[in-house]
Write a protein that binds this ligand. Structure first.
Ligand code: GAR
Length: 203
């Protein structure tokens, strides 16, 4: 059976699809119980529905406060009985309220080698900075922005003729592998968190 996962996404949903594929291939001991999006037009919702997964648009504008909006997200996640929340291209910052009230860990994937280049457009930031390597980071979410304990990272080269698009595509390919690997380590109970340090048991 494995763990039940909630995925929060705002857009294209390629990381969601990669997780769905990993589950189908038996590379993750778990299932996606629910997909939530702040954007009605998010392709992620469509991908989930096509796969028969419960998928909801929860409109932040329909709530008086951020806390009320996040309470609704947590209610749905709670009802779906999830053991892990995965942010996959979810473009809102979760408030400390959400993090403290969530009954399970929250993971995020970021398209840069944190702590370098947090926030928006990690790939563009790396290119403009002149970094020679870039990559992605899967981390637990804490109350800061892209600041939680790092689970795993994958590195790609930055090439002289890279554009934001070519670099983003090279990183995205690694994101799809990294997220599934991190989720499976969690599902297997192999992640040991000690402050900022995440150790992988049996490595
Ligand atoms: C991914 O590159 C992900 O790392 C990034 O948004 C993209 C979503 O793509 N997330 C962030 O920048 C979070 N700060 P997807 O919708 O195809 O998975």
């Amino acid at each position: 059976m494995g763990i039940r996962i909630a995925v929060l996404a705002s857009g294209r949903g390629s990381n969601l699809v990669a997780i769905m594929h990993s589950i189908a291939e038996g590379k993750i001991d778990g299932e996606i119980a629910v997909v939530l999006s702040d954007k009605e037009e998010a392709k992620a919702l469509e991908h989930a529905k096509n796969a028969g997964i419960a998928a909801y648009h929860v409109n932040p504008k329909a709530y008086d406060t951020k806390e009320a909006y996040e309470k609704e997200l947590l209610r749905i996640i709670g009802e779906a009985d999830c053991q892990l929340i995965c942010l996959a291209g979810y473009m809102r910052i979760l408030s400390p309220y959400f993090i403290s009230q969530a009954h399970c860990p929250v993971m995020n994937i970021h398209p840069a080698l944190l702590p370098a280049f947090p926030g928006l457009h990690g790939q563009r930031q790396a290119l403009e900075y002149g970094a020679k390597v870039a990559g992605c980071t899967v981390h637990f979410v804490d109350e800061g922005m892209d600041s939680g304990a790092i689970i795993l990272q994958k590195v790609v080269p930055v090439l002289d003729n890279d554009t934001e698009d070519t670099l983003s595509a090279r990183i995205l390919e690694q994101e799809h592998k990294a997220y599934s690997e991190a989720i499976q380590l969690f599902a297997q109970g192999r992640l040991e968190v000690c402050g900022r340090i995440v150790k992988v048991k049996g490595e």
